[in-house]
Design a protein around this ligand. Structure first.
Ligand code: ZN
Length: 471
C-alpha cells in the first residue's frame, strides 16, 4: 500500500515539475524565426533576412533582438545568423544556418564550328574547347569527351557537381571541288606546222590530295590549220565534285608577230628627249625594273648628250626621231626630211658609236599636218625611208601624254586600258617637265609584269607597227 502511494506521489511530482517548466518557458522571453532555420544562398548573391519576432509575457521585444552573422557570400560554406535577445536578467538566442552554395552550371565553349564537315576518308581533328565555371573558374581540364561517329559530346562537372554538356556534329562529306590549275598561259600561240606542246596542269583535292592523274583534256589542236582551238581540262574527285578550266591555243602563221613566251610584248617608247628633268629618272626606273625601252631622240643641247650615251649603255635602243622636229621644215620637201634625219643619225652615232636605223616620223606616218607643207609627202617618205634601209615605227597604244592626259592616272589608264594581246608599241614622251609620264611609268611596268607581258626594246627585227598614211 505504501509502495503504491509512493509511486503515485512520484507521478504527481513529475507532473508538477513539467507544468512548472512550461510556465518557466512561457515566462522566458522568446525569439521566433520566420522562414526556414536552414537556408540555402547562391554564391555571390546577397543574404535577405526572412524576418523574426520576439516577445515576453505578450510584450513585443522584436526591436531588442540583436542580429549578427558571419556570412561570406563569396565563399561556399555553412554560416550562422544569430539572434540575441537580452531582457532584464533573461537572455535568449536563436540561430539560423545559411548554406552558401554553387548551383550554376559551367559553360563549355567550342573552338571552331559546332557542326563541321570532314572528308569522308579522314577523322576530325579536335579544334579545342574551354570550360569555365562561375565559382571554380577555368575547369577545361575536367572536360570529358565522348567521341561517337557523328558527334562529339563534351561534358564537365564543377566542384559542386553542376554538369554542363555540348555537342559538336561531325558531318562526313566532300562538297569542295578540286583545285585545277594549268601551267603556262590560258592563251597560247603556236606557229603553223609546228607541234603544240602541252605545258601541263595540276589538280589537288581537299580530301584526296594530288589527283593530277585524273585530269582529262577534251579538244585538240590542229597545228596544220590556222585557227583558234579550245582545250578543256576537267577533273572530278570521288564525290563527283568537278572543276574545269579551258585554254585557247591559236595556230598562227609564221609571219604573225609573236614575242617570247606567249607573245605578250610591250615596247615602251619615249619621244622628243632627252631632257634633264625627266630622262635620267626614266632611266633609273627602267634599270630598277630591269626593263628595256626605246628612245626616239631629237637634237638638244650637247650638254644632254650623256643621256643618249647612257640610254645606249643601259641596253636601250636609241632610235631616230628628228634633228629639228620642225614640221614646216622637214615636211616641206623630201630632201629636207632626209637632211634632218641624217643630222640626227650622225649625232647619235657620234655619241653611241652605233648607226641607228630605227626611226619614227614626227607626228607619225599617219600625220596630216604635213599636208600643209607638201601634199603626198608622207606617201613618198614612208616608201623612201624603207628603200634607204630605215625601219619606221608608229605606235598602237597612245598614252596621250603630249595631248589630253593631264596627270599620271590618265597616262596610266590610257596605256593599260588599251593594251593588245600581243605587240604593244606605246607612245610616251620624255620631253622636259613631263612628270606625269615619269610618275606613271613604274605602275605601267608593274601592270605589264603582273599581266604576263614582257618588255622589249625595238630593234630592226621587231615586227613593224605602222599607221595608215593619210597624206
Ligand atoms: Zn615628236
Amino acid at each position: 500500500m505504501f509502495e503504491k502511494n509512493k509511486s503515485l506521489l512520484w507521478r504527481y511530482f513529475i507532473l508538477i515539475i513539467g507544468l512548472l517548466s512550461i510556465f518557466l518557458i512561457w515566462l522566458n522571453p522568446s525569439v521566433y524565426l520566420k522562414g526556414k532555420e536552414k537556408l540555402e544562398l547562391d554564391v555571390y548573391t546577397n543574404y535577405k533576412e526572412p524576418g523574426y519576432s520576439a516577445s515576453f509575457l505578450l510584450k513585443d521585444l522584436t526591436s531588442k533582438v540583436i542580429v549578427t552573422s558571419n556570412i561570406d557570400n563569396q565563399k561556399l560554406g555553412t554560416y550562422e545568423v544569430r539572434y540575441d535577445l537580452s531582457y532584464g536578467a533573461y537572455h535568449t538566442k536563436k540561430t539560423r544556418y545559411v548554406n552558401v552554395i554553387d548551383r550554376k552550371k559551367p559553360i563549355i565553349s567550342l573552338k571552331g564550328e559546332s557542326s563541321v564537315s570532314v572528308c569522308p576518308s579522314k577523322s576530325y581533328v579536335e579544334e579545342g574547347y574551354k570550360a569555365e565555371d562561375n565559382y571554380d573558374g577555368d575547369i577545361t581540364e575536367k572536360v570529358k569527351l565522348e567521341v561517337n561517329k557523328n558527334e562529339i559530346k563534351y561534358t564537365v562537372k564543377d566542384n559542386s557537381n553542376n554538369e554542363a554538356s555540348m555537342t559538336r556534329k561531325i558531318i562526313y562529306e566532300d562538297k569542295e571541288a578540286p583545285t585545277l590549275t594549268i601551267n603556262g598561259n590560258n592563251i597560247i600561240n603556236v606557229y603553223l606546222g609546228t607541234t603544240y606542246e602541252e605545258p601541263g596542269y595540276t589538280a589537288t583535292d581537299n580530301c584526296e590530295g594530288d589527283i593530277t592523274d585524273n585530269v582529262t583534256i577534251s579538244g585538240s589542236v590542229d597545228t596544220n590549220t590556222v585557227g583558234e582551238y579550245t582545250l578543256t581540262y576537267s577533273v572530278s574527285d570521288k564525290n563527283k565534285n568537278m572543276s574545269t578550266i579551258t585554254r585557247k591555243v591559236k595556230v598562227i602563221k609564221k609571219d604573225t608577230p609573236i614575242g617570247s613566251g606567249d607573245g605578250k610584248v610591250i615596247y615602251l617608247t619615249f619621244d622628243d628627249g632627252p631632257s634633264a628633268s625627266i630622262t635620267p629618272y626614266i632611266l633609273q626606273i627602267l634599270k630598277e625594273e630591269n626593263v628595256k625601252a626605246t628612245f626616239f631622240v631629237i637634237n638638244h643641247d650637247d650638254s644632254l648628250n650623256y643621256l643618249i650615251k647612257q640610254e645606249s649603255d643601259d641596253g636601250h635602243t636609241v632610235a631616230l626621231h628628228s634633228y629639228t622636229h620642225d614640221y614646216s621644215y622637214i615636211y616641206s620637201s623630201v630632201d629636207n626630211y632626209f637632211e634632218d634625219l641624217t643630222a640626227i643619225q650622225n649625232k647619235v652615232k657620234s655619241i653611241t658609236g652605233k648607226k641607228s636605223t630605227v626611226i619614227r616620223f614626227p607626228g607619225g606616218a599617219s600625220n596630216t599636218v604635213s599636208r600643209k607643207y607638201q601634199s603626198g609627202i608622207m606617201t613618198t617618205l614612208s616608201k623612201e625611208v624603207v628603200n634607204k634601209g630605215y625601219n619606221y615605227f608608229d605606235w598602237n597604244v597612245d598614252s596621250d601624254d603630249a595631248g589630253g592626259a593631264r596627270n599620271k592616272e590618265a597616262v596610266y589608264q590610257n596605256v593599260v586600258n588599251n593594251l593588245y594581246y600581243q605587240n604593244n608599241v606605246i607612245l610616251m614622251h620624255d620631253f622636259e617637265n613631263n612628270y606625269k609620264t615619269l610618275e606613271a611609268l613604274r605602275d605601267i611596268i608593274q601592270y605589264g609584269k603582273q599581266n604576263g607581258y614582257v618588255f622589249k626594246a625595238i630593234t630592226d627585227n621587231t615586227p613593224p607597227s605602222r599607221h595608215a598614211v593619210n597624206n
